[in-house]
Design a protein around this ligand. Sequence first.
Ligand SMILES: NC(=O)c1ccc[n+]([C@@H]2O[C@H](COP(=O)([O-])OP(=O)(O)OC[C@H]3O[C@@H](n4cnc5c(N)ncnc54)[C@H](O)[C@@H]3O)[C@@H](O)[C@H]2O)c1
Length: 330
Amino acid sequence: MKILVTGGAGYIGSHTVLELLNSGNEVVVFDSLEKSTLKNLDEIKLMTGKEISFVKGDLLEYDLVGLLKAQTPDAVIHFAGYKNAGESVKEPSKYHGTNVYGTFLLLEAMRECSVNKIVFSSSCAIFGNPEKLPISEDLLPNPISAYGKSKLMVEYMLKDYFVAYGISSVALRYFNAAGAHESGKIGEEVKATGNIIPLIMENLLGHKTGFTLFGDKFNTPDGSQERDYVHVTDLANGHLKALEKLGNSDGFFFYNLGTGTSSSNKKLIELSEKVSGKKLEYTVSEPRAGDPDFVYADPKKANNELGWTPKFGIDEIIKTAWNWHSISRS
Ligand SMILES: NC(=O)c1ccc[n+]([C@@H]2O[C@H](COP(=O)([O-])OP(=O)(O)OC[C@H]3O[C@@H](n4cnc5c(N)ncnc54)[C@H](O)[C@@H]3O)[C@@H](O)[C@H]2O)c1
């Protein structure tokens, strides 16, 4: 199949491009490069010996109808967008602009060009502070940030576009994407991230100083927050499963992609210190407002309906993240 991957130069997008090529698909990447570079895609070309067509452009400005007419993809995987929940509260226009209106423009172009399959990067942020754990698909979404709201609005849009226009879609609600490809050749670029694991790695490597742990008095066994970290290659493979689903059935589908277990911030630090052989100096600050103690997925629906099961656990996540950060930043 020929797949158009928006945001394909970014973290999860580039890992998905690799898996798509490895399973015999043709890939066109559309990316503004605002939050990424061509580094991961160049590495992927070397790793696979395959071509990746690249189109530089912004969802809000580019002639998306022209793009789809020129490329004629069988399906779209849509990663392009902003992902910082904290920033979205201060700058909601960025999130409603790119994440919501940008996706609307893409869907309209798909409608005009009769491209009728899309896999969308949604997020566990649509659930806000969950009332019940683990988070299954029947929990009512209740986003807090403009980011979470932007993802939920797109889910509503996808449902309507299926009912009215027959565009089938899968919304994948990722929990915390983490780790890097096992080869150590591609990973999360530091320019895009505010995530805890890259920040721990950067501090251990001495590229950053002053790591802050946000609160250590949560109602968890070691007092630090627990989150569901899911390896980026497992997420990438979730997109292949979603495309398979769209090959067999029409509809609007949604799945929580997490491992079903959570790891505490202190555990991340401990594992990172072990794998690096270095000690992390850090201070503890007040918790961020509204940050829940635990967040973790119930991945049963994705297991049962997509046949998706994560292969990597937290040890491999930390090992591959360290491997990537220590190689790419040396
Ligand atoms: N990383 C996570 O833990 C996580 C969790 C849940 C959901 N998501 C979602 O998954 C998607 C991918 O996340 P990621 O971690 O790979 O982020 P990323 O920032 O590495 O990748 C996003 C890519 O989109 C591009 N982009 C941004 N705005 C664009 C625009 N207007 N036009 C064209 N390209 C644009 C960026 O340059 C970047 O390459 C995002 O939509 C994000 O909200 C990520």
